[in-house]
Design a protein around this ligand. Structure first.
Ligand SMILES: Nc1ncnc2c1ncn2[C@@H]1O[C@H](COP(=O)(O)OP(=O)(O)O)[C@@H](O)[C@H]1O
Ligand SMILES: Cc1ncc(C[n+]2csc(CCOP(=O)(O)OP(=O)(O)O)c2C)c(N)n1
Ligand SMILES: [Mg+2]
Length: 342
């Protein structure tokens, strides 16, 4: 099979009049036209074999996750997906059934979000998928990390620490069965990007970020970018945003997974307390649970918006007193160049 047969068979789709797409794949460039007054939101994330997924992963799950982690960034910005591109490096003799599965997983999620695959690149090489997503958002409603304000509530969506439990099960670090273990594997392998929540929250939130590296690490990005700090109520977090299967682990493991386990692709966002009811109503409309886990407090400006801001989080208990962590909790989030993993 030639390079072009492969693309034509698995990844080429005629443009079907998707809103915002004037020309899809097959030419030197795709042509996009966001609606008048909308900003184009652009993000890219790469998945590398052995680093982001195990080589024996189900190809359909891999295709799903490669797009999901990208859509998650659009969700964090409050952007509506328009289109994506796929750069793919494949070991030199690609397996037809494997490729078909990959395309099925990716295109099913793309269709579910009205996100057209409008181009890409295909080469031989170590297995690697790099997607770029393009979305649209009214510029005034884009939830920038720098927009958090002292006094804001801190909210999270869904289930934190669950994907890290899934990874532990997959790797055999933990040997558990029973309620919640299947959901944990699913959360790791097929994360559901919170696009509907991001859209429902437009105009209600100040700052938002998606949790890829761990709650403290990613909340820290908001804090550094905004030059603020935060108090996180660990009791509220454990009770309302951490699933029972994670809570049931030994305390140091449960806290490590909840505070620093990555791969959850949930949203962390800040909003004025006057918006509490509106945030809850938006979350109901989106069908996504959210929990209020803390508040933004004043802090010093950071040297750089991408500075490590995790140290700006003060952990407190339900009564507001400093939270005493058990020995052995690891708080540093996932970092590709660090030697220790949460
Ligand atoms: N190689 C690069 N060149 C330019 N910008 C980059 C590069 N890698 C990351 N960035 C930018 O740095 C910021 C942080 O990256 P990252 O932590 O990967 O964000 P995210 O968690 O949203 O994927 C993002 O704005 C991203 O676009
Ligand atoms: C085989 C395997 N090992 C480890 C992990 C854990 N892991 C790998 S990358 C990562 C963080 C997210 O990836 P990154 O490339 O940092 O995404 P970004 O923050 O740029 O969105 C995590 C938690 C995994 N998912 N699979
Ligand atoms: Mg990234």
């Amino acid at each position: 099979m030639s390079e072009f047969d492969l693309i034509a068979r698995h990844f080429w789709r005629p443009t079907q009049g998707q809103s915002g797409v004037l020309l899809g794949n097959g030419d030197d460039c795709a042509l996009l036209a966001p609606a008048p007054g909308m900003a184009l939101a652009v993000s890219c994330d790469m998945l590398v074999a052995g680093r982001h997924f195990l080589p024996d992963v189900d190809p359909q799950a891999l295709g799903h996750k490669a797009l999901a982690v990208n859509l998650s960034d659009l969700a964090a910005m409050g952007a509506r997906p328009l289109a994506c591109t796929l750069a793919l490096a494949l070991p030199s003799v690609p397996d037809e059934a494997w490729l078909a599965g990959l395309a099925r997983g990716l295109l099913a999620l793309a269709d579910a979000h009205g996100c057209a695959l409008v181009g890409g690149d295909t080469t031989a090489g170590p297995l690697n998928l790099c997607l770029t997503v393009l979305g649209e958002v009214p510029p005034a409603h884009a939830s920038r990390r720098s927009a958090a304000q002292p006094g804001d509530d801190v909210w999270v969506s869904g289930a934190l620490g669950e994907a890290r439990l899934g990874l532990a099960l997959l790797r055999g670090e933990l040997d558990l069965q029973g309620p919640g273990t299947e959901a944990a594997r699913e959360h790791l392998l097929r994360p559901q990007p919170r696009v509907a929540l991001g859209l429902a929250l437009r105009g209600l939130v100040h700052a938002a970020v998606d949790v890829s590296d761990g709650l403290l690490a990613d909340l820290g990005h908001i804090l550094a970018a905004a030059g603020v700090a935060a108090q996180v109520d660990v009791d509220a977090l454990l009770t309302h945003a951490v699933p029972p299967a994670v809570r049931a682990l030994p305390p140091a493991t449960a806290l490590t997974y909840a505070l620093a386990g990555g791969d959850d692709y949930e949203l962390v966002f800040t909003a004025d307390p006057a918006q509490r009811e509106a945030v809850l109503a938006a979350a109901r409309r989106a069908g996504t649970p959210v929990a209020r886990i803390g508040r933004i407090v004043p802090g010093a400006p950071a040297a750089h918006p991408l500075a490590d801001g995790a140290g700006r989080v003060q952990l407190v208990d339900g009564g507001g007193a400093p939270y005493t962590l058990p020995a052995g909790v690891r708080l540093a989030g996932f970092d590709h160049f660090a030697t220790i993993e949460p």
